[in-house]
Design a protein around this ligand. Structure first.
Ligand code: TYD
Length: 228
């Protein structure tokens, strides 16, 4: 089903009639993923969008990947190069991201969707496909993530390398993927995948340049358009 039809049916019954998403279980809520390269403003905008949805009267929850759960903690140690987790290989990390996602779905996402809530997820499937496919076979990645419910909407924040760099300078970073050269590759991969997986992940590019409120306004317009 194309996104417009999905959201038309959602509007028809106050978010209660969403059909089963491919690869997942039928639940009445809406799953919105916010994606982009490091420094594109994903975390800030995920929180702001959730606040706006709540202020608009919706039941909404903001959550993120990698999670704070057991698998997510292992992933973070690996990304930061801490202890023995530092030496986890790219295929193993790809499997861990997929395992963390299943854990996240079971513990947080599916229960919230089951209550009819809008779940705003800071990073989801597009991150796995874009970051991990640089080192791991795409077909295998798809297999690993086969059981992960597809998002109803993926909002992909697009930013220039200069903006990404500028937003990353002032924060403590995860080391593994955060060099400018690597992020240029991830960015190109996201652009390519946003075309190839557009129907499957319901991807909408959103200009991530400008102030926090500029970008939020664009996200609000994108969500409103899809929910109309
Ligand atoms: P990030 O959003 O930067 O977390 P934080 O804001 O807490 O630093 O995510 C951490 C890194 O994980 C980021 O570089 C992208 C990467 N990542 C993947 O490579 N694959 C995935 O499936 C996910 C969810 C994240």
């Amino acid at each position: 089903m194309v996104p417009r039809q999905v959201f038309a049916s959602v509007r028809a019954n106050a978010f209660a009639l969403l059909p089963p998403a491919r690869g997942g279980i039928a639940t009445p809520g809406i799953l919105i993923a916010i994606e982009g390269i490091d420094g594109s403003g994903i975390s800030t905008q995920s929180r702001a969008l959730t606040r706006w949805l709540k202020d608009s009267g919706h039941s909404a929850v903001c959550t993120k990947e990698p999670t704070a759960g057991p698998v997510g903690q292992l992933i973070r140690r690996s990304l930061r190069g801490q202890g023995s987790a530092a030496h986890v290989s790219e295929p193993v990390l790809a499997a861990l991201f997929a395992a963390d996602r299943l854990d996240h779905l079971q513990r947080v996402i599916e229960p919230a969707l089951g209550r009819g809530e809008i779940v705003v997820c800071d990073r989801y499937l597009l991150s796995s496909f874009a970051y991990q496919s640089l080192a791991v076979d795409m077909d295998w990645l798809r297999q690993l993530n086969r059981r992960a419910r597809r998002p109803d909407l993926t909002l992909w924040l697009t930013v220039s390398p200069a903006t990404s760099r500028q937003r990353r300078v002032s924060r403590v970073t995860d080391e593994r993927y955060e060099s400018d050269d690597h992020l240029a590759l991830v960015s190109a991969q996201m652009r390519d995948l946003s075309r190839r997986l557009s129907g499957e992940l319901h991807i909408l590019p959103v200009d991530g340049e400008g102030s926090v409120s500029d970008v939020l306004t664009r996200l609000q317009a994108a969500v409103t358009e899809r929910l109309r």
